[in-house]
Design a protein around this ligand. Structure first.
Ligand code: IMP
Ligand code: MG
Length: 176
C-alpha cells in the first residue's frame, strides 16, 4: 500500500505481470506488422513508460514519435482535446500505431483519430496498456489491449494522480 497526496493505493498489476503482457502483445504486433515499418505514435505524458518497454521488446524495423494531448474541461464532461508536436512528424502513407497508457471514455482517442486524418496515414490502429471498457463511449475499435480494467482510478506506470506517481513501475488502484 502507498499514499500519494491524500489518497491510498494498492498494487493492481506488478511489474512482472505488466512485462509478460507486453511480451505477448509484442509478438502479436510483430506478426501483424511483419511486412511494414510502422510508426508507434505515443500520446504524452502517460505513454512514456509503456512505449519504452514495448519498443525494447519489439524486434522488427519501426519508428517512434510522440505528440502531446491537452484537454480542456468545460462545464460539461465532454472536454475538448487538442494535440501538439505533429509538425515534427510525417505519417503520410504510413502504418500508425497509437500508443496510449489508458483508454477511459475514449474522448482523447476520438479527437486524435479525427485530427490524424488530414495527415493521410495509410492505416491507424490503437494499442493501449489499460482499457476501461465500461467507461468507453466511442465506436472506434481498440485493437491491442494489455489489460481490461475496472472503472476505478488507477495510478503508476505512466499514469498520475495530480502529477504524481508516473514513475511507479507497477499499476496501482485507488483504495476506497
Ligand atoms: P479518455 O477519457 O479516454 O479521453 O482518457 C483521457 C485521459 O484521462 C487518459 O489518457 C489519462 O491521462 C486520464 N485517465 C483516465 N483514467 C485514468 C486513471 O484511472 N488514472 C489516471 N489517469 C486516467
Ligand atoms: Mg494520457
Amino acid at each position: 500500500m502507498i499514499t500519494v497526496r491524500d489518497k491510498d493505493f494498492e498494487v493492481y498489476y506488478t511489474a512482472e505481470q505488466i512485462n509478460s503482457k507486453i511480451e505477448a502483445l509484442v509478438k502479436e504486433l510483430e506478426h501483424d506488422y511483419k511486412n511494414s515499418t510502422p510508426i508507434f505514435l505515443g500520446i504524452l505524458n502517460g505513454c512514456f513508460m509503456f512505449v519504452s518497454d514495448l519498443l525494447k521488446s519489439y524486434q522488427n524495423a519501426c519508428e517512434v514519435g510522440f505528440i502531446k494531448a491537452t484537454s480542456y474541461e468545460g462545464m460539461q464532461s465532454t472536454g475538448k482535446v487538442t494535440f501538439s508536436g505533429m509538425e515534427h512528424l510525417n505519417i503520410e502513407n504510413r502504418d500508425v500505431i497509437i500508443v496510449e497508457d489508458i483508454v477511459d471514455t475514449g474522448n482523447t482517442l476520438k479527437a486524435l483519430d479525427k485530427f490524424l486524418v488530414s495527415y493521410k496515414p495509410k492505416s491507424v490502429k490503437v494499442c493501449t496498456l489499460l482499457f476501461k471498457r465500461e467507461a468507453y463511449k466511442q465506436e472506434l475499435p481498440i485493437d491491442y489491449v494489455c489489460f481490461e480494467v475496472d472503472n476505478k482510478f488507477l495510478l503508476g506506470y505512466g499514469l498520475d494522480y495530480d502529477g504524481l506517481g508516473r514513475n511507479l513501475p507497477e499499476v496501482y488502484i485507488l483504495n476506497e
